[in-house]
Design a protein around this ligand. Sequence first.
Ligand code: NAD
Length: 373
Amino acid sequence: MRKILVTGGAGFIGSAVIRHIIQHTSDAVVNLDKLTYAGNLESLATVANSPRYHFAKLDICDHAGLDALFVEHQPDAVMHLAAESHVDRSISGPAEFINTNIVGTYTLLEAARAYWNELDAERKAAFRFHHISTDEVYGDLPHPSDSAECSMLSGELKDQTLNTQHSQLNTAALPLFTETTPYAPSSPYSASKASSDHLVRAWHRTYGLPTIITNCSNNYGPYHFPEKLIPLVILNALEGKPLPIYGKGDQIRDWLYVEDHARALYEVVTRGEVGETYNIGGHNEQQNIDVVKTICGILDELAPSDFSPYASLITHVIDRPGHDVRYAIDAAKIERELGWTPQETFESGIRKTVEWYLINEDWVSNVKQRGKP
Ligand code: NAD
């Protein structure tokens, strides 16, 4: 039995990782979380009573607290997910992103290194520091409407925001992010994550700390804090509120179901190669406007109300400054080397997600009361 220290385990992805480990493996988990507005222990209700689960409320910037935690719990691996994660908040207030994502990752690396240095040779060789990061560190990719041969599609994109039809996205000839794509972050959030990736790489190269990095695309699924696009749209629609879309809504994201991601992360921390990076994506490129229309269509079917058709609530708002136009992941390396593939299509995953929000009103009202979406 391994003991894995998960940072940010009360967050959206961290809680999915912990549920996966407790429910599908024999490993134990120490969940280290500061419980910011984004941290919700209710997301762990199904596993919190397990004798293999332990929670510690701690800030990753607290060096002395981290030292004591490592000594007390003697983990075999760290999965580092604690972060400030919302791009809009990083634009209005970058300080917390610099503090947690950069200074916090540095502090955690130093505490992990001090602990790792004292391990016996066998445990030292087996130890892993797995840093969870984003594809946003790579900047953005060409959009289909950029190329001349796609100018017709571009026209269609403009028109289709006015009706309920989805566009036929043709991105087959366009590049994807690979593990060797140069870093070019656009937002304070992605710049802070890029910085933390560089620190992790340096701690491997300079000190030999056995690190692995994963960069993933946009996650979606149950327990997602309702400031992010998908839960925001579901919950706003149910309340008859406007469904805000940045600009034309033609930004393309590659959606990854959170439980597929949690499974991938466990494969990486247990079987990934030290010093390597793995990109994780869902093969699900979608324009934001189409994501919103898909959700509206499912809600029309599952929760018809005075507000349906819900697509009538779509409201275009001024675009985010520096907004990346397209992200898309080439996940061939993790598929080839670790045999991982996503199980959910976007169609199956988004339906599960909408259904989850429809039957988990208590979780939603609790996080809304405490958090500030
Ligand atoms: P989240 O915002 O839902 O959760 C972050 C968690 O970290 C929260 O529980 C919060 O309380 C905790 N935390 C924040 N600051 C802390 C601190 N100083 N000390 C200890 N705990 C702290 O984030 P998420 O969506 O679950 O993302 C997890 C990781 O995955 C992040 O590193 C993020 O950059 C990365 N990521 C997320 C996505 C996505 O689509 N959500 C995509 C790519 C990468």
